[in-house]
Design a protein around this ligand. Sequence first.
Ligand code: CP
Length: 309
Amino acid sequence: MSVWKRKDLLGLRDLSREEIAAILETAKSFKPLLFREVKKVPTLKGWTVANLFFEPSTRTRVSFELAEKRLSADTVNISSSVSSVIKGETLLDTAKNLRSLVCEIIVIRHSIAGAPHLLAKRLADVGVINAGDGINEHPTQALLDMFSMQERFGRIEGLRVLIVGDILHSRVARSNIWGLRKMKAEVSVCGPLTLMPKGIDKFARVYTNLDEALIDKDAVIFLRIQRERQNSGLFPSLREYHRLYGMTEERMGRLSSKTVIMHPGPVNRGIEMVPMVADGDRSIILEQVTNGVAVRMAILYLISTVVRR
Ligand code: CP
């Protein structure tokens, strides 16, 4: 019997180890399809999925759309600039209208933490997938990160994973911390103390020195530095940030030969890492992107087994 009983995927904080394992296992079975000549299965034929992106996105938006198409669903794409939200319609009204247009699953990215939770609660017969809500969670990113680690190392349990950068404002960091801990990885974080959430030391080992943090790690996830925070006083200049927390050729030379470099994208080249690191043979950044399609196919499929039509 399937362990998956949820109509929504809102975050990894609430998911069990078994539920996360079920998503990763299902994604593994979908991945070979991405390289077949005919990259399509009829699993979601007759279903309609609405992608509601109220914040910019390349990877998440495109990989959700491709995942839906690979599963034979019909898709509609809506951004805030072309929706009636700019005429004053509420998010809930927009979603109710999509339900009336018989969209059975809504994928939503929104700047307000909790926006997907509101839709999930108010729309009992629609599946809701969180594609990133404010600084709260980005569950599908963390799932594709874990899938990529599992693919590379054959396991997640016991892996020593370091997350570097603006932990305070990162939904990717939050989802990874919840997910990796459930899967029994050892999680560490590194960055300026001004960019660490209060109480983070209960969930992860905290470093402020990158050279110390990098010792003996299996996977290092660099987070995008949010340039919009440059003048907030929370971190030094971009040049200073790169000197203290950027991945350089010299730092690469001191890493264990098995350590992989990860980044959710978009990468600020020369800030989080130099191009030689982003493009080097230890980087699995583009594998992460490919895996995003398989992981999102798995989530769409599992949710479709629960949504009442
Ligand atoms: N990783 C990620 O969320 O990238 P996008 O903003 O391009 O979707």
